[in-house]
Design a protein around this ligand. Sequence first.
Ligand code: KL2
Length: 407
Amino acid sequence: MACNNCSSSFTCLVASSTNAKRHTSRFKLNASQIQYSRPTEIKRDWVEQDHQSLLLASPQTFTVASYNILAVRNASQHSDLYVNVPSRYIHWNRRKTVICNELFGWNPDIICLQEVDKYFELSDILVKAGYAGSYKRRTGDSVDGCAMFWKADKFRLLEGESIQFKDIGLRDNVAQLSVFEMCESDSRRLLVGNIHVLYNPNMGEVKLGQIRFLLSRAQYLSKKWGNTPVVLAGDFNSTPQSGIYKFLSSSELNIMLYDRKELSGQKRCRPAHVLGMNKETVGPLVILDGLLKCWTDEEVEIATGDSGCHLAVHPLKLNSSYATVNGSTNTRGFNGEPLATSYHSKFLGTVDYLWYSDGIVPIRVLDTLPISDLVRAGGLPCKKVGSDHLALVSEFSFSDAMINPQT
Ligand code: KL2
């Protein structure tokens, strides 16, 4: 047990925010509780936005899901990540059924998937259920990619764009952008982005470069189609405590305040640390006095777009759905984001987000799970979760009144 003060196995989970929060009792759970109080099933609850914030919401709503579904090839190539998971939960045929049942239960209008390497198997099922879809495979040797599905009777695709970051020298990752019009109201348009950011925890500059490029294309398309609101879904391979998160949420980041190898926060989310089973605790963010030696001119140029400029900026004003809608206290951590959207033997933390711009507001989100439930389930995938990530699902409403106030 790392924490002598409260003998909690989860004390270090919140240590990255403040010391004051370190000895919270929220995550108290000991080994015998884990063993003897197994829940019969994993249950996720919808949580609503408070009434005050909904006054300006329009009656037209839509629901978006973001889900990294764990590519079949990644599950077998990185089998060390799933040593504690029964093999039946890893098998694709079973996972495919679980994933589709999860999605059908939430009934999203737009589905953004990452790590898709069986696109046609999924589209066979989803098209029969009334969705249309598009796919962008990663470049290089990878066989997985991003896929977007939308309900064909609710949205019409006006324009679709696929981004392969290789074209701008930023690795083999891909992203998608789609401009939709609501079938029942052609004045309601929406731009949806879907990205799976580079995994490599050391390459913060590439992650920033990929996100900057996606956001500049999103801004371009949004303007082109009449300043349409934006939803940006994906696996950003960056935690809520990270510089990358700060960049997304505040639209700028002075990269010199960060070590580029720590820019994503991923290295601070090993399960043993998060669960407090390791002597080494999770410390505060690495902020190195503006004197960092670890950025070459080339890395600065990738990160900010200009080797002479240390400030990375993006043109959108983004908020995170989950951070906006309060959840249960035992599912949320730093910034109000989920404590965990991904769990395997080397990572326990949050990397998935549903960002949104002005012009729309989240009216409810599907809460994630308490860490204790994930631990009791024995890891992910499990009986009721088809991937090593949890899907994020949020219902949004258009909010014209907020962007066009009468003066
Ligand atoms: O973190 V992920 O899983 O969003 O869930 O994105 C990448 C990782 C995905 C695509 O590259 O494959 C996983 N150790 C652990 N996971 C890895 C590694 C690795 N070395 N390389 C790729 N992935």
